[in-house]
Design a protein around this ligand. Sequence first.
Ligand SMILES: *[C@@H]1O[C@H](CO)[C@@H](O)[C@H](O)[C@H]1NC(C)=O
Ligand SMILES: *[C@@H]1O[C@H](CO)[C@@H](O)[C@H](O)[C@H]1NC(C)=O
Ligand SMILES: *[C@@H]1O[C@H](CO)[C@@H](O)[C@H](O)[C@H]1NC(C)=O
Ligand SMILES: *[C@@H]1O[C@H](CO)[C@@H](O)[C@H](O)[C@H]1NC(C)=O
Ligand SMILES: *[C@@H]1O[C@H](CO)[C@@H](O)[C@H](O)[C@H]1NC(C)=O
Ligand SMILES: *[C@@H]1O[C@H](CO)[C@@H](O)[C@H](O)[C@H]1NC(C)=O
Length: 561
Amino acid sequence: MNVFLLCVVCATVLAVTSCGGLADEFPSARSVSGTFKGSWMETRRGRRFQAYRGIKYAWPPVGELRFQPPRLIDSYKGVVYAGEEGPSCPVPAPPPGYYVDEDCLTLNVYTPTNNGSKLLPVIFYIHAGGFYSMSGRSDYAGPHYLLDRDVVLVTINYRLGSLGFLSLGNKLAPGNNGFKDQVAALKWVRRNIAAFGGDPNLVTIAGCSAGGVSVMLHMISPMTKGLFHRAISMSGSPTAKEHSPSHRLDLAHKQARVSDCPADNLTALYHCLKNKPWREIHGSILGFFEFGYDPLTLWRQVVEPDFGQERFLDIEPIKAIREGRMHEVPFIVSQTQDEFFWKANSILYNQTLLDTMNAEWDRVAPISFALPRDETHERLAKLRRAYFGDKDLVNDTSTSDALGKLYSDTITAFPVHRMANLMCKFSKQPVYYYEFAYIGNNSHRVDRVTNKPTHAAHHDDLLYLFTLNYSYPTIDVADTEDSRMVDKMTAMWYNFARYGNPNSCEDTPELSPLHWPTMKCRRESDSKQKQYLRVDEEFSVKQNLKEDRFKVWEELYPIVY
Ligand SMILES: *[C@@H]1O[C@H](CO)[C@@H](O)[C@H](O)[C@H]1NC(C)=O
Ligand SMILES: *[C@@H]1O[C@H](CO)[C@@H](O)[C@H](O)[C@H]1NC(C)=O
Ligand SMILES: *[C@@H]1O[C@H](CO)[C@@H](O)[C@H](O)[C@H]1NC(C)=O
Ligand SMILES: *[C@@H]1O[C@H](CO)[C@@H](O)[C@H](O)[C@H]1NC(C)=O
Ligand SMILES: *[C@@H]1O[C@H](CO)[C@@H](O)[C@H](O)[C@H]1NC(C)=O
Ligand SMILES: *[C@@H]1O[C@H](CO)[C@@H](O)[C@H](O)[C@H]1NC(C)=O
């Protein structure tokens, strides 16, 4: 009986295939720029969808074009074969055999349908990785969860490390090329996405960590106006303690040392780096660290001085937000409960690092905790007291807890807090704030002994939005808590992408009875009720996220909100 049924199904499929011919074997899309031939993939719930991968959106940034802003490709000759993954941009230590190339400015489009019926909302995802690692390839940003929703997903590569962010403070290398790559990809989407079934007038930009920083910057950049309509920044923010620099000569000098180039003559440095094989430029990230694996964050945005170039960023982000000089769109901002908690053990489990941190706090704290390098003894002592009291750092659970919080707060939690509060105050569009506190079967940090997750770490919310098969199993459809979290997280993104509101809709019952209010702080009377959603097995609405911990930061690095 079953066998018979199966054969009927087979016969039907075969008939359809032979009618559809090649069109069915390879899906294709024709836009104003060209014709693209893709492949079929399947979601975790078994829906077949079209994948167009490794599409070059800009000229190869190699040779003369290395360190230059991207040049958008606006027409393609012949049929573009987009049936396979493109390479990752150069990253410091790829696994052996991993596909990496400097010619990496590619994007991937995943779509349920492009038959010209209704255009679907587009989610444009900017990957994490500190601006020097990871990629938009489907092993780091897999579509198998989100494509169970009616959305078109675009994931991108952008140049990383010195190849993307070299900034010499001169006309040769003003900086921000990695961000300009992202803009080029957004322009490609605007021009082409309708052919893939996506609505160019309904684009949500989303990113985590470095991607979250990028998303906020696009809301401010003079280059991106009109290219997107909603934004999601997870666990990353450009509004920190210091002003954005206008160059990164500090990193350029480190790169010169690592790559054996002259450091004092910037023209010579530029030409030397321009002629090095890319593998040598990305060979040693270790040469950039100064204390253990700190500083954790290296490349970032610069506010570009005007050398006549098209500038990605021409104003300090905090100032832009305060002055309302931004592309205001509905905004989701988030952090995880424990972010960089795990960093504590990298110090506490190494006696040398632990002793040095105790003995040379004034030297080490600015490196490890992303503080201004000229911070005074008095101010650093105050910070230390706020987290550790008058005790020395020792290898015990209370130090581990305090040090974990300090790393988390300085690198993510406080900058995100700043961004959420500034946006809540100055944007006229809704701001939704969440804390991701759910600990499931996997995490980006697990206990060394038990191998079990103990915290909600940096990137952990990604586990329920994307397949991350570079290192995590796909969550199947069996009725588990993890599976329900995939349904809830993807439903929130789907609703937000459609309506600018993540709350439950008729067709997303898995979210009911979610009532996630916007964050409110425009009036004095709102200040006590900056509400946020705590995402755990049960969702709950709370107020004033981690604000007791941020008092010392507000005192040391005051801004007017
Ligand atoms: C287009 O695709 C959608 C989603 O698969 C489907 O519901 C719709 O019927 C299709 N329309 C046509 C005209 O084929
Ligand atoms: C991950 O997914 C990619 C693309 O779908 C596939 O080529 C690769 O083999 C997968 N890797 C693992 C470890 O499953
Ligand atoms: C710096 O290097 C450039 C290119 O190698 C060279 O032309 C120039 O004379 C150098 N400038 C100085 C001050 O040495
Ligand atoms: C401890 O850290 C120091 C300094 O980074 C490093 O040289 C050493 O290898 C580390 N020790 C262990 C056991 O990891
Ligand atoms: C720190 O404590 C942990 C857990 O108690 C232990 O495994 C580790 O060896 C200790 N490290 C040092 C450097 O004492
Ligand atoms: C973890 O995986 C096991 C085995 O698949 C499953 O029984 C359990 O429900 C999962 N836990 C969660 C929180 O999803």
